[in-house]
Design a protein around this ligand. Sequence first.
Ligand code: NAP
Length: 247
Amino acid sequence: MENNKKYALVTGGSAGIGKEIALELARSGINVAINYRKRQEEASKIVEEMKSLGVEAIAIQADVSKYEEVENLLKKVNEVFPVLNIVINNAGITSDALILRMKEEQFDSVIDVNLKGVWNVCKVASKYLLKSPNARIVNISSVAGIRGNIGQTNYSAAKAGVIGLSKSLAKELASRNVTVNVVAPGFIDTEMTEKLSDAIIDEAVKHIPLSRIGVVSDVAKAVKFLVSDDASYITGQVIAIDGGLSI
Ligand code: NAP
């Protein structure tokens, strides 16, 4: 299938890794719907940038943690796009604290967006993806979901959950030729990591074999590969994009 006949949804596409994934897919000729929660202006600019690359592009506001909003999101995508071939579950938040200081709401909010949000989108999008001959789902987890991380009992639990969810879904959808894979970034330079102190970043870099934190294109290029025809025999896998941190 030519890329310009492919249609993708990228959640959390208004910033950081999601923005770069959307642009990378658009650069390869894929039509893209981005979802965002708050940043409408930024999302509109990204839509214009994608359109200038010659693809169809739209932005739709929805909180992925809310099932009804996800139903509306997919309905709107379906009204504009004739088919849905690719879903990238990228939207995510952090709310870090050591467990003794972490409030119950911090645990719940991170699980709601980072794990329930992925389930909501997978569940609602599946019925659209199953109409496509070889659809793709890529879920963004984290090195924290593989190795754990101090101050992130909520985030690590959600991101480990994304891995389990994706492996189960890969088995469920394989007979319909839908692949489901996970990308697990390490430290990537975005607003999410800007919140971390220089001391934490410097300490992290000491443990990264490639001795640098990653950039958004490191993740986006792996996602582009996983949704390409070259990755058609890969499913249920977790690809760490972390400079070797998880070795
Ligand atoms: P970011 O710069 O903070 O961007 C987060 C994106 O998610 C924004 O577009 C935001 O939209 C959207 N979002 C947040 N909550 C949402 C919700 N409830 N519904 C819909 N959209 C929502 O984060 P990032 O660093 O690019 O991270 C992207 C993904 O990679 C996340 O899943 C994150 O956990 C994962 N990750 C990041 C790193 C890293 O080092 N940066 C490492 C490992 C994994 P609005 O701003 O418009 O609300």
